[in-house]
Write a protein that binds this ligand. Structure first.
Ligand SMILES: [Zn+2]
Length: 108
């Protein structure tokens, strides 16, 4: 943090999550500092890959047991599983992030 000549007039606000004092312009709409946004984004990202991976395994098992794909079609199914992992991870990430943001919003 840099000392400002206008100290006292600067609009400084505490982050609503960690309490870190930051310039108002450095906080977002929910009064979160950049560190908090980054850490929650990272947390949601890690979780979402785990969820995506689990969904991928289930989908793979389902295809393997129910569809019983022939050797020539395996490539296509592998692509489907990878796409499912990617899409579900993305969706989970946004849902988790949105849920945390909602939970810690000042209005609640
Ligand atoms: Zn913070």
């Amino acid at each position: 943090m840099t000392m400002k000549w206008t100290f006292g007039q600067v609009d400084e606000v505490a982050c609503s999550r960690c309490g870190h004092i930051a310039d108002r312009s450095d906080l977002d709409r929910l009064l979160w500092c950049k560190d908090c946004i980054g850490s929650v984004r990272n947390w949601a990202k890690r979780r979402s890959w785990m969820v995506g991976f689990c969904i991928g395994i289930i989908l793979f098992a389902w295809i393997w047991i129910v569809v019983e794909p022939s050797r020539t079609l395996m490539g296509g199914w592998a692509g489907t599983v990878l796409a499912a992992i990617y899409v579900s991870a993305r969706v989970t990430r946004e849902v988790l992030y949105g849920a945390i943001r909602m939970k810690t919003s000042p209005e609640s």
